[in-house]
Design a protein around this ligand. Structure first.
Ligand code: ADP
Length: 497
């Protein structure tokens, strides 16, 4: 089927991306083949920058999901992947990374089209996915076991083995990096895999499945079941999965965990956030403004780590907010693929309406709502970057994860009050402290209840840096060496000498 692109968007895509969109492989990918989905749920792939459906696919049914899990199970049980020499797995994963790197521009364009994010952001996403894959490819040969000091008559060892079938349920904001945080360590340690991408962003996952086949990853090791919540729910209910890694909303994470209780499947959950950025008067204010902007306007605020609560020293509050608003006015809203765009649309009309409702509620609750930057005069799901001042702690705009370009500002008078406001949230994903006083940075960092604290920077991700949350932001860490624990089982072997 030829993609239905507007002339503008057609002109912004490369011949390779257009060629791929002519016949995108969006069927379920099971045991190395694309199989016609056995369901009558058809889902449109919509370009958020124009609001037009680009193409469509049929969602994987519960039966398709069961087939995908069975394929992954069989591939695990016969050892076609887990029993390869680790260096062979490393080689194949590096080959996959090289193929992805070679097609990075095409995948970035497809990701920008699918998510609405700017092409510059999409390029960083694909680079990150490649880096994460290379990092974990190296881990395949690095995991060691231990000799355990059991009583002398025994020889006891602890060895790390693959868990089995790992499933991933991923969201629409960073489709490929978030998939890679799960797929790369799972495969490196010998597990097999079933991916359920967000129904709204299936393109890059489909592209990766093709590359897995091209890289010589054996059939059945990576399987993809595209679809919406029903497909995800079917996956969590299917027996034969050993671990589910979920990234998404707190509410869906709770549903995944409940379903996993029935099958006694391990889960890791990376959920929502309402991350505070604490700006003290002794900060480098220029850098802090840049960091606050990056923290909230990146990906149009649709980021689990969005620094959506600015907590700023009252003495600099007005000046800081004025400068922030000034610089925000220079952002240029438009289609993600257009080279001049610095802020793209939201993913869907539903998300745009939800964010607008939260902004309206904030105004009704008596907060001051300032719209910085112009809405573009075009179709698409745009929200102007919005700064909310004068909100009371506890108001919905200050509590709820907005997942849009909306920054709530709260003033503080003392360090204690700043920390108290920061921790007064159901979430605990990320946080930041801006101060040039090193003692203060350490003191505050120690007291912030969050999985990550950035100091004098924001949003630094790297394959070596563990990432995850506390409280309603979930549990388990992705990235870094922690993945060894999350994607392997420890086996104790005791030999009577
Ligand atoms: P959002 O749409 O805000 O990202 P969700 O948490 O609903 O938040 O979506 C994250 C992922 O979870 C998506 O892939 C979605 O399809 C999937 N999903 C939605 N509902 C369920 C469910 N009941 N069980 C499993 N996965 C689900």
């Amino acid at each position: 089927m030829t993609a239905h692109l507007t002339p503008e968007v057609r002109g912004l895509l490369s011949a390779d991306a257009l060629g791929w969109l002519d016949k995108p492989p969006l069927d379920p990918f099971i045991d190395g083949n694309w199989r016609t989905a056995r369901s009558d749920t058809h889902i449109e792939v919509v370009d958020p920058g124009t609001g037009t459906p680009v193409t469509s696919y049929t969602a994987a049914s519960a039966g398709d999901v069961a087939d995908a899990v069975a394929a992954a199970r069989a591939a695990f049980d016969d050892g076609r992947w887990s029993e390869l020499d680790p260096e062979t797995r490393e080689e194949k994963l590096r080959h996959l990374a090289d193929l992805l790197a070679a097609d990075a521009e095409t995948v970035a364009q497809l990701e920008a089209l699918d998510t609405g994010k700017t092409l510059a952001e999409a390029r960083l996403d694909i680079d990150e996915a490649v880096a994460v894959l290379r990092y974990y490819a190296g881990w395949a040969t690095k995991v060691e076991g231990s000799v355990i000091p059991a009583p002398r008559r025994y020889m006891a060892t602890g060895t790390r083995e693959a868990i089995g079938v790992c499933a991933a349920i991923t969201p629409w904001n960073y489709p490929l990096p978030i998939l890679m945080y799960k797929l790369a360590p799972a495969l490196a340690f010998g597990n097999t895999f079933v991916a359920k991408p967000s129904e709204q962003t299936v393109l890059s996952t489909a592209y990766l499945a093709q590359l897995c086949a091209a890289a010589g990853i054996p059939d059945g090791v990576v399987n993809v079941a595209p679809g919406a919540g029903a497909t995800g729910a079917a996956l969590t209910a299917t027996p034969g999965i050993d671990k589910i890694a979920f990234t998404g909303s707190t509410r869906t994470g709770q549903a995944v965990m409940r379903a996993a209780a029935d099958t006694l499947t391990k889960v890791s959950l990376e959920l929502g956030g309402k991350s505070p950025q604490l700006v003290f008067a002794d900060a480098d204010l220029d850098a802090a403004i840049a960091g606050v902007m990056a923290g909230i306007w990146t990906n149009a605020g649709q980021v689990c780590i969005a620094g959506s609560r600015l907590i700023v020293d009252r003495r600099i509050h007005d000046e800081f907010v004025a400068e922030l608003a000034d610089r925000t006015r220079r952002l240029s809203l438009g289609h993600g693929l257009a080279p001049t765009t610095t802020l793209g649309p939201l993913i869907s009309s539903t998300q745009r309406d939800r964010v607008n409702a939260l902004i309206e509620q904030a105004a009704q609750d008596g907060a001051h709502v300032e719209t910085a930057a112009e809405l573009p005069d075009r179709d698409g799901y745009f929200i102007a970057p919005t700064i909310v001042t004068g909100a009371r702690p506890g108001q919905s705009i200050e509590r709820e994860e907005v997942f849009g370009p909306v920054l709530t500002v709260l003033p503080f008078d003392t360090e204690d009050e700043a920390v108290r406001l920061a921790n007064d949230s159901a979430y605990g994903l990320a946080s930041a402290v801006w101060s040039q006083n090193a003692s203060r940075v350490h003191r505050v960092a120690r007291r912030l209840r969050a999985g990550t604290v950035w100091a004098n920077t924001y949003g630094v991700f790297h394959p070596t840096l563990p990432f995850g949350g506390v409280k309603a932001s979930g549990f388990g860490r992705e990235l870094g060496s922690d993945a060894v624990e999350h994607y392997t089982e420890l086996k104790t072997t005791v030999i009577d000498l």
